[in-house]
Design a protein around this ligand. Structure first.
Ligand code: BG6
Ligand code: GLC
Ligand code: GLC
Length: 780
């Protein structure tokens, strides 16, 4: 670093570490055991990357980030693959021997995921350590092993690699000399010394033409006086030993090539093997022999052998370069996702602000300006079980528009329902009010027809899931449209009147519209019918809203102090005064601006099903613009509003899905994604839906805490009736919601009860109660 004047630069580092390591990631390697000539204490079983990092920390002027640890075989493969894309095997025949190759992920049980390939370092040097090679190991192999640093280990390597070849030759020569077969029975003390013959000697002795002369020189240097016949014999020993080495290597390599061919289900495989190592490089005959034998053993492979000219470090640097790019990308992605992470402190703040808004909405003075409207619903009690009869119900404003027939039997708390789902075309949702209500009445007519109830005069409960100002149970003035509706001439009008007029226009049947209720209220009633402790209704669906039972004395807008009334909070408007700006991201802003009601329903737009997918889409567009996704290409599809419906978000985040399936969902959505893309998309979905669930939790904590304090309770148990596709379909939403409420309202025991029957049932129950009360008044 000093000589290259790199001291002040922060550099990523790739480490070629040519020993068997267990890796759970690229930048980690637990040394399994030393091989070859290394035996430093205290390293086996530890992570060599952190050891090097720690050692570097002791040099304060070094600023280096280790991004990758690779075996020399891997570095070699990468070096060669840079020049030849067919290269998918790396072989080292040097001091040690080893190979790596690209294996299908689906075959690697040790690593999760099934897609693509990963390089596997075989560590074939240890082949035979279980006894598998005993039939071919000789007395010389055994003797060499016993004298090595690691007896019983790396037995295949010891028959092949450079560290051992010369020694094998020496042991053979020693035995021959002892038996009087060489050097005229003369002994040489040098021949007794371990390591006296090295691979470079073997290579020199086998050299074409000069080989014999070299042999003589080498033997003479060992203090011997070889005859011509001795030189020829010694040369022959060298050839036998090095040829066996090449043969064994070829056999092992043939096994890898066969596997590659079978993995790819090919009749013929065309591939390249990157090779490095001193033995392969300096031995004059070795490469030729190896190539020939490999081609003989796998005749159905066209193999190119490519010598790695620049060693394995170039490859290591390339792996590092890729890792460095990924790391930089990771940082950018994390930066975006961090915007969606809410701290405990922030959540507490949100809970407290919501609480303030509740009070504002309830007080006469502040109500007109309140963003959380706290609308009285004139629903004052739960059904008592005496209700009975047949009712019609409408359920408008969620994912589905339904018309229902609800039969309530008294006493047994049992209800029978028949319903039909109708579509509301976009042009009607956003057409004129008259068209909308005519369409609704058309659907009612179809339903009555379908049920064989033509002409029946039934009481009707209208679940209308938009903010309405009510002066009684059967009057509701639409304050403003939310979600996907925008029909003209409705805002400021009584929706019950509009429905009545549409029925009149049709002039086919008459209905007694008894109640108009919000979906939260309908949901609370549906659940309240089974659990009288249910005093909160929650919707986590297309929209986001909550209602609860409030003490009459706290509701300044309605006369009277006795008993309770249900308040439709319309908490979707929370934040419209800017109080959530600190957590509002640029993506939220974009979603808001692209919506039908810019600047309105801020909280709803951060939490509900209609918008979560849009937030995800905005983030994906941004990440793509930054070149972090979809190869930087923003497709037409990605520009299309509404592609990430709640059901897709839910599927993508399901833990049971393999990456491949996530990718398939994205492909179904028209987003051609790689595996890496799919991981990122899943993370984005997770961050967005997690924030939504936490925000819900903060809001809910505010209401249960308020109720607890209002009642002066140390501890409170309460049931929340819940409905909505987000809550029902999403794999983690309900869990995170529950956890957040627990943390933010620790003194409340909150039970969640899923409304199985929708809010139409609740609307019918409310209608039944209202009907009973009407009757009672008339009887008076
Ligand atoms: C349904 C209720 O089950 O859930 C509707 O019957 C309610 O009244 C709806 O509006 C909310 O969920 P979503 O996901 O359909 O908007
Ligand atoms: C030894 C090491 C292995 C390395 C090979 C070649 O076999 O265990 O990791 O690849 O030598 O250097
Ligand atoms: C929107 C509506 C609200 C409804 C909620 C859930 O927020 O304004 O009335 O309850 O969506 O459907």
């Amino acid at each position: 670093m000093k000589t290259k004047e790199l001291m002040q630069k922060k550099l990523p580092l790739g480490l070629t570490f040519s020993f068997p390591c267990k890796q759970t990631k690229l930048e980690e390697g637990i040394l399994l055991s030393w091989t070859k000539k290394f035996k430093a204490r205290g390293v086996q079983g530890t992570d060599v990357v952190s050891s090097l990092t720690n050692a570097m920390k002791r040099h304060q002027d070094l600023d280096v980030d280790i991004l990758a640890l690779v075996n020399d075989t891997v570095g070699t493969m990468m070096t060669c693959a840079y020049d030849d894309p067919y290269c998918e095997v790396g072989v080292i025949i040097g001091t040690g021997t080893n190979a790596c190759y690209m294996e299908d992920m689906s075959n690697i049980d040790l690593v999760e995921g099934d897609e693509g390939r990963m390089c596997v370092n075989t560590e074939w040097g240890a082949f035979g350590d279980d006894g598998a090679l005993e039939d071919i190991r000789t007395e010389f192999d055994r003797e060499l092993d016993l004298g090595s640093l690691n007896p019983g280990k790396q037995l295949f390597e010891k028959m092949i690699s450079g560290l051992y070849l010369g020694e094998l030759v020496r042991l053979i020569l020693l035995k021959m000399a002892k038996a009087g077969l060489l050097f005229g029975g003369e002994k040489s003390s040098a021949l007794h010394i371990k390591g006296k013959i090295e691979t470079r000697h073997v290579a020199a002795m086998e050299r074409y033409k000069e080989g014999l002369a070299n042999t003589r020189e080498i033997l003479t240097d060992l203090g011997l006086e070889p005859s011509d016949a001795d030189c020829i014999a010694v040369q022959h020993v060298c050839t036998i030993v090095s040829f066996r080495s090449a043969n064994l290597c070829a056999a092992a390599l043939a096994a890898i090539l066969t596997r590659l061919r079978e993995n790819k289900k090919l009749v013929r495989l065309r591939t390249t093997v990157g090779v490095d190592g001193t033995l392969y490089k300096i031995h004059p005959q070795y490469p030729k022999r190896l190539h020939k034998v490999v081609r003989k053993l796998v005749p159905n492979c066209d193999v190119r052998f490519l010598l790695s000219e620049s060693g394995s470090t170039k490859g290591a640097a390339m792996v590092t370069a890729v890792a460095s790019r990924l790391q930089a990308q990771r940082k950018q992605i994390d930066k975006v996702l961090a915007l969606f992470r809410l701290t405990q402190e922030q959540l507490v703040g949100i809970r407290n602000k919501m609480r303030v808004e509740f009070e504002y909405g309830l007080k006469k003075d502040t109500h007109p300006l309140a963003t959380v409207k706290m609308l009285p619903t004139y629903v004052c009690g739960m059904p008592d079980g005496t209700e009975k009869g047949k009712f019609l119900a409408l359920d408008l404003g969620g994912t589905n528009f339904r018309v229902l027939l609800v039969k309530i039997r008294s006493g047994r708390r049992s209800v029978r329902m028949y319903n039909k789902i109708f579509a509301i075309p976009l042009e009607i949702m956003q057409g004129t009010g008259e068209e909308l209500f005519d369409h609704i009445v058309q659907c009612i007519a179809d339903f009555l027809d379908y049920m064989g109830l033509k002409g029946a005069q039934l009481p009707l409960g209208f679940t209308f899931s938009f903010p309405c100002r009510q002066a009684s149970i059967d009057k509701g003035t639409l304050i403003e449209w939310t979600k996907g509706f925008k029909a003209t001439d409705c805002e400021g009008e009584d929706v019950v009147d509009m429905l009545r007029e549409a029925i009149k226009r049709r002039n086919e049947f008459d209905l007694d519209i008894v109640a108009v209720v919000n979906d939260t209220v309908g949901t609370m009633m549906t659940c309240g019918y089974e659990d009288s402790n249910c005093e909160v209704g929650l919707i986590a669906g297309t929209g986001s809203n909550m209602c609860y039972m409030e003490e009459m004395r706290n509701i300044e807008l309605v006369e009277g102090d006795e008993g309770k009334m249900c308040i439709n909070t319309e908490w979707g408007g929370f934040g419209d005064n800017g109080c959530l700006d600190d957590i509002h991201t640029q993506y939220d802003k974009e979603v808001d601006e692209g919506s039908l009601n810019p600047g309105k329903q801020r909280y709803e737009k951060m939490t509900s099903g209609m918008y979560l997918g849009e937030i995800v889409r905005q983030i994906l567009i941004d990440l793509t613009k930054q070149g972090l996704l979809f190869r930087g290409q923003i497709s037409e599809r990605l520009r299309t509003r509404g592609i990430f419906e709640t059901k897709f978000l839910s599927q993508i985040e399901s833990d049971r899905l393999a990456l491949l399936q996530v990718r398939r969902i994205l492909q179904q959505l028209g987003l051609d994604s790689t595996c890496e893309d799919s991981i990122v998309v899943k993370e984005v979905c997770g961050a967005v839906s997690r924030r939504a669930a936490q925000l819900y939790g903060a809001g809910l904590a505010a209401i249960v805490e308020k109720r607890r304090e209002d009642q002066g309770l140390e501890h409170m148990r309460i049931t929340v009736g819940v409905d909505g596709t987000l809550y029902k379909l999403h794999p983690h939403f309900s869990q995170i919601l529950r956890e957040t409420v627990k943390e933010l309202a620790p003194q409340c025991d909150v039970m969640f009860m899923l409304s199985e029957d929708g809010s139409g049932k609740g609307a019918a129950l409310i209608t039944a109660v209202a009907k009973r009360l009407q009757q009672a008044q008339r009887d008076h």
